[in-house]
Design a protein around this ligand. Structure first.
Ligand SMILES: Cc1cc2nc3c(=O)[nH]c(=O)nc-3n(C[C@H](O)[C@H](O)[C@H](O)COP(=O)(O)OP(=O)(O)OC[C@H]3O[C@@H](n4cnc5c(N)ncnc54)[C@H](O)[C@@H]3O)c2cc1C
Length: 409
């Protein structure tokens, strides 16, 4: 008889787990809380779905678990093999955006990605049951009893929890999986919103909404540099700041506020030019300061920075020392007046989760709970913007799926 694998959650990790478990010989059922599979895939990458990064480093990920455990998981499926699986097995044609290090579907359609994964799952014999909200997991006599809110129950000796994190709770990911796991004795670290926009009360900066540019951003906690964004995209929004450079470091603000600690300081260099380069430009070129700055930066931002340095109509040659000093600081170390963040409502992922120490990282089975496997965002690993989070979902989904199917009865 085929082993029976039940998967909770039909997101990126759950669908991948299902495909691999079914192809490894199991009879597979997915229980999905909502009426659709892969809702986050549908909304990902601005509905284009950034399926994978082109290259990855372990430093693209954050975890409070042992980094070696995380590396072990990634070693189970290289980025190249994962990419080949999408291309050759799933049938997804992809284009590479070399500059941003991202793979997107050729069609630019996240729906195509979701549909192809659902098709691969159903072709492999996977049954997806929708509107099944897992409310309880009980382990008795070597079997898992999975209870759903509609009063249903399923028993199996192998179950995979792929219920995601807490980001965008309105679409069905509100941390219910974490609650269910806690009752079985599987605890998680502190959870926090990550890759979420930052907010400001500064009306001048909010009026720049829509302007995007490439910046260099540094984060300071207690005056010590805690991080530097290694991507440059920055976007002014009606509520504050977004773009990869902001999202990648936003969790520093979230974590400080969650602990009732002062916000970090975010310093922005608006175009990567050094103080000396700006000084050279202001002393060698003729014309109004505002125009010279406006040649290097978007005009409205240039005007705001000059206004804040107290510079009106003056020519560069007339610029007083104090104003010059102030302007150079605003151009290269602008203190971003962040007052908060947009939390899980807008977060692309959840930071923290079930520590990898709780699992056998060669199978993703919980160490002292036989037959219970975890994959995806529910685990204590998240990546930067750029396809890194899906890569984690695909890798862990595959590993949990194969391991659950092949587990000796
Ligand atoms: C707006 C947005 C854009 C993003 N864009 C990208 C991108 O382009 N590239 C990238 O790499 N990452 C992106 N991400 C992150 C990526 O979507 C996640 O990392 C990934 O979806 C996590 O996969 P998962 O399967 O673990 O969780 P999810 O995809 O969240 O799936 C969890 C599933 O479990 C179901 N579920 C939850 N609770 C229960 C329950 N109690 N019972 C039954 N089912 C339940 C949910 O309904 C859901 O279907 C984006 C995220 C967001 C929010």
């Amino acid at each position: 008889m085929k082993p029976r694998v039940v998967i909770c959650g039909a997101g990126a990790a759950g669908l991948t787990a299902a495909i691999f478990a079914a192809q490894s010989g199991a009879e597979v059922t997915i229980l999905e809380r909502t009426d659709k599979a892969g809702k986050k895939i549908l909304m990902s990458g601005g509905t284009r779905c950034n399926v994978l990064p082109v290259r990855m480093e372990y430093s693209d990920y954050a975890t409070s678990s042992s980094p070696n455990r995380m590396k072990n998981v990634f070693k189970s499926w290289s980025l190249d093999r994962c990419h080949m699986w999408f291309r050759d097995e799933i049938g997804l044609e992809m284009d590479c955006e070399t500059e941003s290090n991202k793979w997107f579907p050729k069609s630019n359609s996240a729906k195509e990605v979701r549909d192809l994964l659902v098709k691969a799952a159903t072709d492999a014999g996977v049954k997806i049951e929708y509107k099944k909200n897992i409310s309880r997991l009980d382990f008795e006599d070597g079997y898992w009893r999975i209870s759903t809110e509609d009063g249903g129950e399923i028993c199996t000796d192998r179950v995979i929890i792929a219920t995601g994190g807490l980001s965008v709770p309105t679409i069905g990911t509100d941390g219910k999986g974490h609650q269910v796991l806690r009752r079985t004795g599987v605890n998680h670290t502190d959870l926090f919103a990550a890759l979420t926009p930052l907010t400001t009360k500064d009306p001048g900066l909010k009026s720049l909404a829509g302007i995007s540019l490439n910046v260099r951003m540094s984060v300071f906690i207690n005056r010590k540099k805690a991080a530097e964004a290694n991507r440059s995209g920055f976007l002014f929004t009606h509520r504050g700041f977004s773009g990869p450079s902001v999202l990648d470091v936003s969790h520093y603000a979230v974590m400080q506020l969650d602990k009732n600690l002062p916000l970090p300081e975010f310093h922005v260099n608006w175009n990567g030019m050094s103080r000396e380069e700006w000084e050279g430009l202001l002393s060698s070129e003729k014309g109004k300061v505002q125009n010279l700055v406006g040649k290097q930066l978007p005009a409205r931002l240039a005007k705001l920075l000059c206004d804040r340095a107290g510079i009106g109509d003056e020519n560069a040659s007339e610029l007083r020392k104090e104003k010059r000093k102030k302007l150079l600081k605003l151009l290269t170390e602008f203190p971003l007046p962040v007052d908060g963040h947009e939390g899980y409502r807008k977060a692309e992922v959840t930071g923290g989760g079930v520590p990898l120490e709780r699992l056998d990282t060669s199978t993703l089975e919980v160490t002292d709970l036989p037959g219970l496997y975890l994959c995806g965002e529910i685990l204590d690993v998240f990546g930067r913007i750029g396809g890194f989070n899906f890569y984690w979902a695909w890798v862990t989904g595959r590993l949990a799926g194969i391991s659950a199917a092949k587990r000796p009865a």
